[in-house]
Design a protein around this ligand. Structure first.
Ligand SMILES: [Cu+2]
Length: 116
């Protein structure tokens, strides 16, 4: 009897139905670490799913950049990036699939967010 129960639970765990249910859950929060340094804005493109709440932990490690501020592509608010300090940049949630530029305080492209 014990053997049958073990066998049945193994079948249940490996069934495609079970697998589908676990992968169905979409993470509602996404946090990415960004460094603004000698190589620029890294990673230069960030992927997020629509409906996900995006947060960037941004650390500027160089003074040789104009990216001392970033503009929020959703609401236009500006975050200041002091040197060598990690700043929590709450970007927010995108409702549609699109590619959005992240701009510096001067309006130049710093990085890209790809919403899919
Ligand atoms: Cu700039």
């Amino acid at each position: 009897m014990k053997k049958i129960i073990i066998l049945l639970s193994m079948v249940a765990l490996s069934s495609p139905l079970f697998a589908k249910e676990t992968t169905k859950k979409v993470n509602t929060e996404k946090t990415i670490n960004v460094e603004i340094g000698k190589k620029g804005f890294v990673p230069s493109s960030i992927e997020v799913k629509k409906g996900q709440n995006l947060t960037l932990n941004v650390k500027r490690t160089t003074n040789k950049t104009c990216m001392t501020e970033l503009k929020n592509p959703i609401n236009g608010s500006v975050v200041k990036l002091p040197l060598d300090k990690e700043v929590v940049f709450k970007v927010g949630t995108f409702k549609d699939e699109k590619t959005v530029k992240i701009l510096c305080g001067m309006g130049m492209k710093a990085g890209v967010i790809i919403v899919n």
